[in-house]
Design a binder for this molecule. Structure first.
Ligand SMILES: *[C@@H]1O[C@H](CO)[C@@H](O)[C@H](O)[C@H]1NC(C)=O
Ligand SMILES: *[C@@H]1O[C@H](CO)[C@@H](O)[C@H](O)[C@H]1NC(C)=O
Ligand SMILES: CC(=O)N[C@H]1CO[C@H](CO)[C@@H](O)[C@@H]1O
Length: 493
């Protein structure tokens, strides 16, 4: 009886599965075609928005960018950890910096599973050398010019700017830079190396599976934490007469074993540099992964008050906000947040920083001192699914809609590693509509394929949101934020 039942089931089984496959095809295919049409429409509309404004075509805009740089050694993260024989830990744990293999395993596991971007200082030179040696002959590895400042410089030069780059590089490093980049800094023999452990979405390490593509960066710099190009940069800055100054790469100071007072002195010197120009020029500060509370406090004191514009990702935004609200650093946040959540956090950062600015200005007036700090007039947040900007109305920043579109396109171009966007390697993960705030009764904005960048006014600013055509065949995630931020800035100078 039983056997007979099984035979007949098997006989029909294949017919049933064929039917299931056909059914699935019948259900999915029109939907998939619809999705493709939608993607094509969004892509062509974003490209149109990007092209809508040219660059300032009178002269090449001049941008001065600091600080530092390195050589990136990019590898598949899991392959490297396997090669050096580091077993997957069963205890994901956050560490401010890394001292031994066990901490590396725990820290990597902590960020790998959610797929959150992270960057940590390695205090153990022996272990760092072992990792670099392991990565050197790992198949599929790549070397690239790295560091926030050189990557942003490269993108800006490609987009038609003349760039002054503050960093200390080796001669062969300087040779590969664009002819539109002038280096200000000392020559060094051994450039700092950053190990970039990339992983795709769905990669596995032990019992962990990554929820999205991202990277874990390990650095152990000798030059960059000291901002040792700052004096040369300052000297050349006056003659260069930049239209915009960009500051990035300061996370190399995070958890670095400075002598007491050393870091404060360096950042205070930077503050002098940022306030020395007259008339004042636009200053953009690109945040990064910071975990040391005291350096974040220093940034809030020496750097952020002098910046007109800030750029950051979905991890760095809640981190800055919690610090501004007097809470602790947040090391790990949702790597795929909703638009409403991000916009609420952006509004709050914008409001708190500008309130601080007003208070400081009132204070200096009362003291009869000259106010040096500036209000924040631009805030750009890059996430996997979308780009969002807040720009003060009537401020110096132009073309916010096109800049948001360009930032979004650059996200795909960078991660896929190709200037031409292939819709078959892209996916929209932003919902069909989004709420502009988590407050109850907030307006919902539909994502219109033919007008994918949504912009509207609130208070004294404009907000623009653009969906990202998320790359599904990842070439590289590291450096994404820098390319995206620089691309967004280029159209706004
Ligand atoms: C540094 O790393 C090596 C392994 O590469 C390890 O044997 C050593 O214990 C580590 N040092 C410290 C201080 O943890
Ligand atoms: C903040 O950090 C301090 C020191 O590390 C800790 O004692 C405190 O519990 C933390 N507070 C919160 C709210 O996490
Ligand atoms: C997509 C893209 O252009 N990515 C670039 C990011 O910046 C680096 C450094 O300038 C370039 O090498 C990448 O090609």
């Amino acid at each position: 009886m039983e056997g007979g039942g099984r035979v007949s089931w098997m006989k029909y089984g294949s017919a049933v599965s064929l039917f299931v496959v056909l059914l699935a095809f019948w259900f999915r295919s029109p939907q998939r075609a619809g999705l493709d049409d939608r993607l094509d429409a969004v892509l062509s509309s974003l490209l149109r928005a990007e092209r809508k404004v040219g660059m300032n075509n009178v002269a090449r805009p001049k941008v001065a960018i600091g600080f530092g740089g390195c050589v990136d050694l990019i590898v598949d993260g899991v392959s490297l950890l396997n090669k050096i024989g580091l077993p997957a830990t069963d205890q994901p744990l956050h560490h401010d910096y890394l001292e031994n293999p066990e901490q590396l395993a725990q820290s990597f596991a902590y960020f790998f599973a959610p797929g959150a971007a992270a960057e940590r200082f390695m205090l153990n030179d022996t272990l760092f050398s072992e990792l670099v040696e392991g990565a050197r002959d790992l198949p599929g590895n790549r070397w690239a010019v790295g560091g926030n400042a050189p990557v942003m410089a490269g993108r800006m030069a490609t987009e038609g700017c003349d760039v002054l780059l503050g960093g200390s590089f080796s001669p062969d490093f300087t040779d590969v830079l664009s002819q539109h980049i002038t280096v200000a800094g000392n020559a060094v023999e051994e450039p700092d190396i950053h190990l970039i452990l990339e992983y795709p979405s769905g990669a596995t390490w032990g019992r962990y599976t990554s929820r999205r593509a991202n990277r874990y960066i390990i650095h152990s710099d000798d030059h960059n934490p000291y901002l040792d190009s700052m004096e040369e940069f300052a000297k050349k800055l006056t003659d260069f007469e930049p239209d915009l100054v960009v500051v990035g790469g300061l996370q190399m100071m995070d958890n670095f074993p400075f002598q007491s007072g050393e870091r404060g002195a360096l950042l205070s010197r930077l503050a002098d540099l940022l306030t020395s120009s007259s008339p004042p020029i636009g200053i953009h500060f690109e945040m990064a992964s910071f975990v040391e509370e005291s350096i974040m406090e220093d940034l809030l004191h020496y750097v952020i008050p002098h910046a007109d514009s800030l750029g950051m990702n979905e991890q760095e935004l809640p981190n800055l906000l919690s610090l501004l609200k007097g809470s602790n650093i947040t090391v790990l946040s949702d790597p795929n947040p909703r638009v409403a959540t991000v916009l609420d956090q952006m509004r709050e950062v914008y409001r708190i920083l500008n309130q601080r600015h007003k208070d400081a200005a009132a204070q200096s007036e009362a003291d009869g001192a000259e106010a040096q700090a500036k209000p924040l007039t631009r805030l750009h947040v890059h996430t996997l699914a979308f780009q969002a900007m807040i720009v003060t109305r009537g401020s110096k920043w132009k073309n916010t809609m096109s800049a948001t579109a360009k930032a979004s396109l650059t996200a795909n171009r960078h991660v896929c590693g190709s200037n031409d966007i292939d819709p078959s390697k892209a996916r929209l993960i932003m919902d069909d509509s989004f709420s502009i705030s988590r407050q109850e009764g907030s307006q919902r904005i539909p994502l219109q394929e033919t007008r994918p960048v949504s912009c509207w006014h609130e208070e004294d600013y404009e907000i623009c949101v653009a969906p990202v055509l998320v790359c599904t065949e990842v070439f590289q995630t590291a450096g994404g934020g820098d390319n995206i931020s620089a691309a967004g800035l280029v159209l706004q100078i």
